[in-house]
Design a protein around this ligand. Structure first.
Ligand code: IPE
Ligand code: IPE
Ligand code: MG
Length: 247
């Protein structure tokens, strides 16, 4: 939610074409698997492999924050066995890729209420956060048991203040308090909705939808999204003419 002190919205609208923060809704694992006659869990396993590739590409591109929607607050509604398999896959992926994040100096963070996750997942998440806390250039944020409405309720309940509450009070208590707003939100699989993802933070995000299922989303797909983003004009309520002037 922080904005660099010197940047006015007008300056942000004109600034570089590489987004500081990209947030992805990794969707379509189930359909990818179904089309191949595989189980939904096989789709999730294939999807987990793409995370590594996309993180590497995002670090190379100079993206400061990459936020990945891995499990929503509504995904608990899925069949028990699928939820269990997703938690197992999370733990295995943290163990498998954790070393690489450390090697690449990627700071690992989460948003969402992780206290509801199995204890072994919480421990692995907290351990990776601790091991990477001093890295400053690249950040990988996993959204786990995340939903904007739940985040807002938790934020409001954290505010210790008498009298009127302003946006800053809310922003400072969201899970994303110390992060810039997403510049670009990508959703794979052809669905055109945000599914409770970063609803307040996406007020001025550029949206990019692709029909590609998440297990088929790779470095070149990310590059394509970044090229599309570079063509967009972010106006923040100003007119195009105003953005062209130098003040
Ligand atoms: C996204 O893929 C992964 C999670 C939500 C955990 P889906 O599992 O939603 O895949 P589809 O939408 O059923 O194809
Ligand atoms: C959103 O995908 C959540 C994640 C990608 C983790 P869903 O597949 O759960 O979203 P809906 O239910 O189709 O909106
Ligand atoms: Mg889905």
């Amino acid at each position: 939610m922080i904005r660099r002190k010197t940047e006015t919205p007008k300056k942000i609208a004109r600034c570089g074409s590489i987004p500081r923060h990209v947030a992805i809704i990794m969707d379509g694992n189930g359909r990818w698997a179904k089309e191949r006659g595989l189980s939904r869990v096989s789709g999730h396993k294939e999807g987990a492999k793409r995370v590594l590739e996309v993180v590497e590409e995002s670090v190379k591109s100079g993206i400061e924050y990459l936020t990945l929607y891995a499990f929503s607050s509504e995904n608990w509604n899925r069949p028990k066995l699928e939820v269990k398999a997703l938690m197992k896959l999370l733990l295995a992926s943290l163990k498998k890729y954790g070393k690489l994040f450390i090697e690449k100096e990627v700071r690992f963070l989460t948003i969402g209420d992780i206290s509801a996750l199995p204890k072994d997942c919480q421990d692995a998440l907290n351990s990776l956060k601790k091991q990477t806390e001093n890295f400053t250039k690249s950040n990988l944020v996993l959204a786990l048991n995340y939903g904007s409405r739940d985040e807002l309720v938790r934020a409001v309940n954290k505010i210790e203040k008498k009298g009127k509450v302003c946006w800053k009070d809310i922003a400072e208590n969201l899970d994303t308090a110390k992060m810039p707003d997403p510049d670009l939100i990508i959703r794979t699989s052809g669905e055109m909705r945000l599914s409770n993802y970063l609803l307040l933070q996406s007020a001025y995000s550029e949206l990019y939808f692709t029909n590609v299922y998440w297990p088929d989303f790779n470095a070149s797909q990310l590059e394509k999204a970044l090229c599309e983003y570079a063509k967009r004009e972010r106006r923040y309520g100003f007119t195009t003419e105003q953005l062209k002037t130098n003040d």
